[in-house]
Design a protein around this ligand. Structure first.
Ligand SMILES: *[C@@H]1O[C@H](CO)[C@@H](O)[C@H](O)[C@H]1NC(C)=O
Ligand SMILES: *[C@@H]1O[C@H](CO)[C@@H](O)[C@H](O)[C@H]1NC(C)=O
Ligand SMILES: *[C@@H]1O[C@H](CO)[C@@H](O)[C@H](O)[C@H]1NC(C)=O
Ligand SMILES: *[C@@H]1O[C@H](CO)[C@@H](O)[C@H](O)[C@H]1NC(C)=O
Length: 433
């Protein structure tokens, strides 16, 4: 893309081809800060303004509460260094389970009204997730259905497992803006929880780090949070592949992961949140017909940097991670419980009842310009089911022992093409024996 075309696009944005003024809020999205009774609202303007959210219970007195937050200037790393202002306001003191309506903005302009339900607190409830990766501005096949199901109230949380917009930095960040506007009906209604993928790597992941507001201090590169009976760990597989941004990041993240897993494994913690679920972009295993890391026997994510430094398979096995969610491959693949290439079915009749190893799901088929990734004809014995359709995953953690996963095919008009119960009467490494 030449400088001229970039300039043209920028002009279109600045001239407000979508009717927006510089101070008009856009790209509104929610995220869960990790503390009960709170919710983060994030949005973008093209000039500095105040950051205000007005909100109130629904039904109830409209916009009876006001919350203020912060503004951060974000200059895209491209030649033009286009500038946006990212606004963040944390809503606190929400009543668990209560529905709220809100608008965000300032005197310079207000967003339309959105609503969300404050997450329930405690561990005794059954959170419902939409899970997918690899969704672009162009060809986001799963988006219309996700939008409809969000409006129908089918989900509590969205997990977007890396790779956004294709790419957020493209056209001097304009593509990122356009994508964030497109996902807004979903992301402004549900906490939209993310992890970085390879498509976010430009300018040291600055579009990813600047646009989202995940819990913790690492700008969403790695963080963890609790919801209902689960502890969810989101991390960057990309630190292993973009070493120029800092080889030390591999060690830093690994040490953080180990510490977080240790804490989550303390008996009182694990009793409260028995499910440990990881969310990372590039899988350890896959049977796609390409040369990606997951097709290698000694994949980097699985085994770490040469010579076997910071490999994640052993770490996750050691702490009894129950479920590992991945994307990157533009397809859906479910694995039998697997560790070090060996299948550890709970039993041959019920492989996912008290499995002897973590379960891996690869769900990267939400739709993008790169379309779908085909499979090799003969999968290895660890591969349980493969679907080469556009789609996304629904996950519901029913309680301490029961977790349901199902795969929706958009090619087959929303048909559920896979479904499993993952049943664990006990969690933690003891469960492997
Ligand atoms: C949930 O939140 C309510 C209202 O804030 C509070 O009274 C209750 O103690 C909380 N319950 C748990 C299990 O945290
Ligand atoms: C890239 O970002 C990370 C994390 O924010 C930082 O620690 C690292 O130093 C950065 N690397 C470069 C080369 O700027
Ligand atoms: C695991 O269970 C599945 C389903 O019963 C079966 O097809 C597969 O062969 C089993 N694998 C092993 C190694 O037992
Ligand atoms: C957990 O949920 C499953 C599925 O709804 C149910 O069959 C099971 O009885 C529940 N377990 C407990 C302890 O409530």
């Amino acid at each position: 893309m030449g400088a001229f075309a970039s300039l043209l696009c920028l002009w279109l944005v600045l001239l407000g081809c979508e009717g927006s003024r510089f101070g008009q809020p856009e790209q509104v999205h929610l995220s869960y800060p990790g503390h009960p009774a709170s919710m983060m609202v994030t949005w973008t303007t093209y000039e500095p303004t105040e950051s205000i959210v007005v909100f109130g219970p629904d039904p109830g007195e409209t916009f009876s509460h006001v919350a203020r937050g912060t503004t951060t200037r974000f200059a895209d790393g491209g030649e033009l260094g286009t500038v946006r202002f990212i606004h963040r306001v944390r809503l606190q003191g929400l009543v668990p389970g209560q529905r709220y309506t809100y608008r965000c903005g300032s005197q310079e302009g207000w967003s339309r009204t959105y609503s969300f339900q404050a997450l329930l607190n405690g561990t005794n409830w059954s959170p419902r997730f939409a899970v997918f990766g690899d969704m672009g501005l162009t060809n986001p096949q799963a988006l219309p259905r996700l939008q409809r199901e969000t409006e129908m109230g089918l989900y509590d949380v969205v997990l977007h497992v890396g790779d956004f917009a294709y790419d957020m930095d493209a056209l001097d960040g304009w593509l990122g803006d356009a994508f964030m506007r497109k996902i807004e009906p979903v992301a402004a209604s549900l906490p939209y929880m993310t992890c970085p993928g390879n498509h976010e790597q430009k300018y040291n992941f600055s579009n990813y780090r600047s646009r989202f507001s995940m819990p913790g201090s690492t700008e969403g590169l790695w963080y963890s949070w609790d919801i209902g009976p689960a502890h969810i760990i989101s991390f960057s597989t990309e630190v292993y592949f973009y070493l120029d941004y800092g080889r030390q990041l591999v060690a830093e993240q690994f040490q953080w992961l180990e510490k977080d897993l240790q804490e989550a494994s303390q008996p009182e913690q694990r009793k409260e949140h028995p499910w440990i679920i990881t969310v990372g972009h590039r899988p350890m295993y896959c049977s796609n017909n390409n040369k990606d890391d997951c097709t290698l026997h000694e994949s980097t994510v699985r085994r770490g940097l040469q010579p076997h430094l910071y490999g994640l398979e052993d770490l996750f096995y050691k702490y009894g991670v129950d479920l590992e969610l991945w994307a990157h491959e533009h397809s859906y693949e479910r694995l039998w419980p697997v560790y070090n290439y060996k299948v550890y079915n709970g039993s041959s009749e019920a492989p996912y009842t008290n499995p002897g190893a973590p379960v891996h799901i690869i769900t990267g088929s939400a739709g993008c310009t790169e379309r779908l990734d085909p499979f090799i004809p003969e999968p290895r014995e660890w591969s349980a089911l493969r679907v080469e359709d556009y789609g996304f995953t629904r996950m519901q953690i029913f309680n301490r022992s029961h977790l349901w996963l199902e795969q929706v095919s958009d090619d087959q008009n929303g048909k559920v093409v896979d479904g499993i119960w993952l049943i664990k009467d006990w969690h933690g490494p003891e469960a492997w024996h």
